[in-house]
Ligand binder design. Sequence first.
Ligand SMILES: [Zn+2]
Length: 279
Amino acid sequence: MPEGPEIRRMVDDIAGAVGERDADAVFFAFERYKGFESALSGRRVASVKARGKAVLVFFAASDDDGPWCVYSHNQLYGQWRIGRAHSLPATKRQLRFAITAGPRAARLYSASDIRLVRPDALDTVPYLARLGPDLLNDADVDDARLLQQLDDRRFSGRALGTLLLDQQFIAGVGNYLRSEILFVAGLHPKQKPRSLTTVQRQRLVAATRGMIEQAYRLKGITNEPDRAQRLKAQGQSFRARRHRVFGRAGRACYDCGTTIEKSTIASRRFYRCPGCQSN
Ligand SMILES: [Zn+2]
């Protein structure tokens, strides 16, 4: 499942294809939105934004109607494809929503959670209403805001290994980021926010921001950038050089040489260095 940084890069691609252009055609698979196909055609795609793992496509107002936003969440199966306006990609997936603008099109396949919402009513979408601070897509989320989450009574008594996957805690963190953030912070997954020292809290916030921003900038690479480059020059595959601990069970920790261990936390695989993350 794509995590926040992957969704954000997808949003950049959608915006590059149809953003700030007039939509020539809009398609909805769902009967309840069929009437909006003609209502949205001809309108400008004002912007495309990510919020956590959701994608928002904003349509400008027309002469006689206000602006609209198409909210979508890929869940496990949804997939956006960018392509040419007049040739459909070869796929057996079901097309659910599409925008054609000029020579290009952005098409969403298989996703089932698609809603047409007024931009000022986005808080009525349950996923968005519950979403925690989104540091990748909201410039107002500073470190103080993230530290505030650690003090929040909903989160302070929960183990970081499960807490980091909770989108209400911090938006956009998924499974590989969870392992990488805790490794960089030097924290055991059983640690709870309320028992962290001041230094540990600051390390956790810095690691969270650092890993999310790096994963976005370097297309999913969370390994130390110079090391990832060096491993690439040595002929290692993307998968082998991509992460610091995630997917590296049985291999030596880059920092201390201890063997990386794999476990299951919240039903998903988790990786940790017992040397670097003993407490
Ligand atoms: Zn280590």
